[in-house]
Design a protein around this ligand. Structure first.
Ligand code: SDX
Length: 439
């Protein structure tokens, strides 16, 4: 399938009395962009776009989202259908290789994951160096980068050649083991090794929660909830962490190091770290008597430097379609597990207010993917500081898919190197130290 934009009617730009024509590209869903690749050469102007809210960094065939209509599709498949009918491995194959796998392809992928689920025994010793209080995102970022030391990287002259399948499977499979070992280290329990007879999610849960004295009972509804969360987090086009993976990879950096940079970007509380912050916020409200008025007022008062975590989004100006599915998942799981979590009641009260308060409505602020996800992790018994590493496990196929897509750009991708508008001091001469501070 041709994954290229079509040419639209060129744009005209009038600058200093001159008229310039700029090409317009039109994507497969009708999105239009002005191609400014030659702007500086033609006009000696650059553009300025704080936060890149109006700037596309690539043409991509992986994920389409429409923030106004609340649409999210992976390679054309609606997220609602994938969450309902597929496994995380199937979605990983779809994102990375472009198509849902055949039964044979899925079985080969599963075998590769089993083959690569263990960590090199020397890597195990790294965990001894971390304090038990280490944030799991710090552990994950450093261990993923360290994988490049233990597993020969991709031949970067042929980055998506035969090495790629192995490296991608190593990354997706080993992150579970790293996350589980980080959890065991934090609670002082012995590591539980991955098993060859367990699928992706049960293997992770078993490594996290089993111990030599206690067999962890794996409930289907818990596996199903985790599978849906991983699928919903699997990709989200050019978000902060995926753009980071692309930028780092554009220097022809290996996949492990590029993804490690993405993990660091995801850690931020404005990005993936929000799922952990939502629970902190709900617990704070609960401790304060459960009333939400004070917190709604604080979120609206710019002097308070307080935001409702899990609310708002750079692209979605309507209800995040993922949040809708996750909210239903929370009700289903807590119902099946017989859990009555007062934090859910507070979250629902917050959502009801956000959906009708003019401050939020006027700014198109809605619950996003992080608003309810933490309540599922909490119900499963995953510690709060592990929530963002769960997001990272889910996002792994998306990061890998974008790195691969970038490496496959015909003629090779250009190194990412944005320009700037300099606003610092103009030319001035050196002043010897003996004369400084005298005027
Ligand atoms: C993720 O990009 C992705 O796709 C990310 C992600 C993915 O899958 O990869 O979807 C995952 O990161 C979801 C977002 C998780 N972050 C949070 O929940 C943190 C809380 N949300 C915000 O900080 C904020 O909404 C952002 C960071 C998500 C979006 O910020 P923008 O697009 O830069 O919007 P903005 O900061 O310019 O806000 C616009 C207005 C401002 O008010 P005014 O200046 O117009 O008066 O909305 C206000 C903001 O103050 N605002 C909020 C708010 N979010 C925005 N006010 C109160 N509470 C909030 N949460």
């Amino acid at each position: 399938m041709d994954h290229h934009s079509q040419a639209g009617q060129p744009a005209k730009l009038i600058l200093d009395g001159n008229t310039f024509e700029l090409p317009v590209v039109v994507g497969s869903e009708g999105e239009k962009g002005i191609d400014i690749s030659k702007l500086r050469g033609q006009t000696n102007y650059v553009t300025l776009d704080h936060g890149f809210g109006n700037t596309s960094n690539c043409e991509s065939a992986i994920t389409f989202l429409d923030g106004d209509a609340g649409i999210l599709r992976y390679r054309g498949y609606p997220i609602e259908q994938l969450a309902e009918n597929t496994s995380f491995l199937e979605v990983a194959h779809l994102l990375i290789y472009g198509e849902l796998p055949t039964a044979e392809q899925l079985s080969h992928l599963s075998e590769r994951f089993t083959e690569h689920s263990m960590l090199h025994e020397d890597m195990k010793r790294f965990f001894n160096g971390f304090p038990s209080s280490a944030h799991p995102m710090a552990v994950l970022a450093s261990m993923v980068c360290s994988l490049s030391a233990f597993h020969p990287g991709i031949d970067m002259t042929n980055p998506t050649g035969e090495d790629f399948d192995r490296i991608a499977a190593q990354l997706m499979s080993k992150v579970r083991t790293i996350v589980a070992f980080a959890h065991k280290k934090s609670i002082g329990e012995p590591f539980i090794y991955p098993r060859g007879d367990m699928e992706y999610v049960p293997n992770l849960l078993n490594m996290m929660f089993s111990s030599p004295t206690k067999e962890y009972k794996i409930y289907d509804e818990v596996v199903q909830a985790m599978k849906v969360l991983f699928i919903l987090h699997a990709d989200h086009e050019q978000n902060c962490s995926t753009s980071t993976v692309r930028l780092v990879g554009s220097a022809r950096t290996n996949l492990f190091a590029s993804v490690s940079a993405g993990i660091c970007a995801l850690w931020g509380p404005l990005h993936g770290g929000a799922n952990e912050e939502v629970i902190h916020m709900l617990e704070m409200i609960q401790k304060d008597g459960g009333g939400i008025d004070k917190y709604i007022d604080m979120a609206k008062d710019k002097t308070k430097n307080f935001r409702l975590m899990g609310v708002g989004h750079r692209v979605y100006k309507s209800y995040d379609p993922r949040a809708k599915i996750i909210k239903q998942c929370v009700h289903d799981l807590l119902g099946k597990l017989g859990i009555d979590d007062p934090l859910l009641d507070i979250a629902i009260k917050l959502e009801e207010r956000v959906l009708k308060d003019p401050y939020f409505v006027e700014r198109n602020l809605y619950p996003n993917v992080d608003f309810y996800s933490g309540l599922i992790y909490k119900a499963i018994g995953i510690p709060k500081d592990m929530f963002t590493v769960m997001f990272a496990i889910g996002r792994m196929p998306g990061w890998i898919a974008h790195w691969k897509e970038m490496m496959e750009v015909p003629g090779g991708t250009k190194i990412g190197r944005p320009r700037q508008i300099y606003v610092g001091p103009t030319k001035r001469d050196y002043i010897p130290i003996i004369k400084r501070g005298l005027v």
